[in-house]
Ligand binder design. Structure first.
Ligand code: MN3
Length: 239
């Protein structure tokens, strides 16, 4: 390992630990390009638990392929696109606010990077059950009850056509459920409903097909057992 490679690795390892403890979606840019003036790029965030930690709800093989293949590819392809397009921003949200001005790779690969970075965080072992804190009270005031919210969100997930995501966002101070196609998200200027994402479910078949095949409803039911409401509260409280 030469000095430069070692430096890169160290920066990334340090960034990962720091980002996992802080805000993975706000300040992820790290300048680890070879040129000091090169575009800022975004590190693949560490999975905050082992591949098998969400068993039996989300199986280890799905988690491993999802994280180490799909997410790794989105991360690499997003960074490659930033470098080739010379897009230099330390804020991924600023990049998304200009999605319509950039090539499709920024929208698709950048969305894949950001969406999964949130998705890993809002799941966890020893989780699930009823929401807590501010999220719980906002869900009750905006949807009537957790049961009604869960039903609405699950229905949106079950009926979404094709690949995409279901989101819980903050919009004008209120919680709202919305969906996106492909790897779009509610931060992008191309989104029909925009807001701050605090919770999301991946509805691409790669997220569930190995275990559940075509039975998407089973996957949605399983997901509720691994929701890390503490993290969702953290996202809610961020600016
Ligand atoms: Mn996915």
């Amino acid at each position: 390992m030469d000095k430069r490679t070692f430096l890169k690795t160290s920066i990334l390892a340090g960034a990962g630990a720091l980002l996992a403890a802080n805000n993975p979606l706000k300040a992820t840019a790290q300048s680890f390009s070879d040129s000091e003036s090169g575009p800022m790029t975004f590190p693949q965030l560490p999975l905050p638990y082992a591949y098998n930690a969400l068993e039996p709800h989300i199986d280890a093989q799905t988690m491993e392929i999802h994280y180490s293949k799909h997410y790794a590819a989105y991360t690499k392809n997003f960074n490659d696109a930033l470098v080739s397009q010379k897009i230099n921003s330390s804020s991924i949200e600023d990049i998304f606010r200009n999605t319509s001005k950039y090539p499709a790779a920024i929208r698709n690969q950048g969305g894949g990077y950001y969406n999964h970075s949130l998705f890993w965080e809002i799941m966890g072992p020893n989780a699930g059950g009823e929401p807590t804190g501010e999220v719980a009270s906002k869900i009750t005031s905006n949807f009537g009850s957790f049961a009604e919210f869960k039903e609405d969100f699950s229905k949106a997930a079950l009926t979404l056509f094709g690949s995409g995501w279901v989101w819980l966002i903050v919009k004008d101070g209120k919680l709202e459920i919305t969906t996106s196609a492909n790897q779009d998200n509610p931060v992008m200027d191309v989104a029909s409903v925009k807001g701050k994402p605090i919770f999301a479910l991946d509805i691409w078949e790669h997220a569930y097909y190995l275990k559940h095949q075509n039975r998407r409803a089973e996957y949605i039911d399983a997901f509720w057992n691994v929701v890390n409401w503490k993290k969702v509260n953290e996202y809610l409280s961020r600016p």
